[in-house]
Design a protein around this ligand. Structure first.
Ligand code: FDA
Length: 395
């Protein structure tokens, strides 16, 4: 049995990450007495390491179709009510300088620390109490109140918000805690798996592992989903933004297709043959792609020589293969390297307006813990802010 019972709070929020801090600040500033608890000794640790230390805090192209979820419509309401522009206005109010890097991705000019400091200041403004560095040893419900045991103290509130994120990067303190609590209160969980994660390649593709460090602008495709971004070969397999993006969609034992020359017409090799029959294929491809990559692709395709000495059929086949090169990853680098988790607390049991669980009134789930996962590029933080804001308005 826990020790002293603390004053009843209006809401207890578990997880002082992106979503939990936003939710706490919003509810606190509405006059709610909020306790924000985390087993880490400081808030926002993932924010600090995000975007290479500069935090890609939102994306100006945010829209629900850039998120994966069993219910693709679920995120619309929250994303519509708290937009990228709303978060940007907050960033501007705090005088944080930012820039657009590429594809609508907004980063701090300075440091991700500024985003954590901003959220901390917003929490302070709302009088949010923080309980950091204490494990959550119990979560219960009775007599209309949620009871949370932190260390040797029990706290009670009519509202409990699950904001402990997903299990990606366990060495930063990430856990599947939210899923366990959700299940205990009758919610279902969509099978979680690592996402925005590098692929590993098997022994058949050892040739490509020797290209570690080589990158190329590609179109990568899995089924009907495609991304045009950089791909990077690593000593274990494939990484870079293109591969991270497609990894969120990929299913085990299926191939991904890579177009290494997305700007070339289908018959470009035949055209080159007509214009430069004496040109070496190796040299030609080495001008269009990093040389080591060009060599590896030609070695694997088993085609060499002068263009004029190669048949039209062979060149057509090679062009088609370079535009649709199949890799079947042996797996991914798993939660240790995944930026996010796909799956999580099923949206079917949650209100899209408030994030409250239908089966457990007063229980809310926000952020990455929920089965809503964004593309790479600031979309995941925008979901954390928007879902945190929605619950913060409701608790
Ligand atoms: P978040 O993980 O932020 O917070 C959860 C909190 O709960 C943590 O403070 C944790 O300590 C706490 N917690 C967990 N288990 C607990 C337990 N059992 N008891 C108590 N507390 C517990 N996204 C993006 O949009 N732009 C970017 O630039 C990046 N970059 C990036 C880089 C790297 C390396 C990673 C790993 C991830 C990103 N992301 C990102 C993803 C982004 O960090 C992520 O989607 C959000 O942090 C999710 O916010 P949440 O608040 O839901 O979880």
């Amino acid at each position: 049995m826990a020790g002293p019972v603390e004053q009843p709070w209006d809401a207890i929020i578990l997880g002082a990450g992106a979503a939990g801090m936003m939710c706490a600040a919003v509810a606190g500033q509405r006059g709610r007495r909020v306790l924000l608890a985390d087993h880490a000794d400081a808030p926002g640790k993932k924010i600090l390491i995000s975007g290479g230390g500069r935090c890609n805090f939102t994306n100006i192209h945010t829209a629900a179709d850039r998120y994966l979820s069993a219910n693709p419509h679920f995120a619309k309401s929250a994303l519509g009510r708290y937009s990228a522009q709303d978060f940007l206005a907050l960033v501007d109010r705090h005088g944080i300088a930012w820039h657009e890097k590429t594809l609508g991705q907004l980063f701090c000019d300075g440091s991700a620390k500024q985003i954590v400091a901003m959220l901390q200041a917003e929490c302070d403004k709302g009088g949010v109490a923080m309980a950091l560095g204490a494990g959550i040893t119990g979560v219960d419900h009775g007599e209309g109140l949620y009871r949370v045991t932190l260390g040797d103290r029990e706290h009670r509130a009519p509202a409990l918000v699950l904001a402990t994120g997903g299990p990606s990067i366990p060495k930063l303190g990430a856990t599947g805690f939210a899923y366990d609590v959700a299940r205990r209160f009758g919610l279902s969980v969509v099978q979680p798996r690592p996402a925005l994660v590098p692929f590993t390649l098997g022994p058949d593709d050892a040739l490509f592992q020797s290209l570690s460090g080589v990158s190329a602008d590609v179109v990568v495709r899995w089924g009907k989903t495609r991304f045009r971004e950089a791909a990077l070969f690593t000593h274990r397999g494939l990484s870079g933004p293109a591969m991270l993006q497609i990894s969120s969609y990929w299913q085990h034992r299926t191939p991904i297709q890579v177009d290494f020359l997305p700007d070339r017409a289908a018959d470009w090799l035949l055209e080159e043959k007509r214009v430069r029959p004496r040109a070496q294929l190796r040299k030609l491809l080495g001008q269009a792609l990093p040389e080591r990559l060009a060599d590896a692709l030609l070695e694997r395709a088993g085609v060499q020589g002068e263009l004029g000495a190669l048949s039209d059929k062979a060149l057509r086949q090679l062009g088609a293969r370079l535009a649709d090169w199949p890799f079947t990853p042996s797996g991914t680098e798993g939660y240790a390297k995944a930026e996010v988790t796909v799956g999580g607390i099923a949206t079917a049991g949650l209100s899209s307006r408030t994030m409250e669980a239908a089966k457990a009134p007063g229980l809310y789930a926000i952020g990455e813990a929920v089965d809503v996962t964004g593309w790479l590029g600031g979309y995941n933080f925008q979901w954390a802010w928007a879902s945190g804001w929605a619950a913060g308005q409701a608790i």
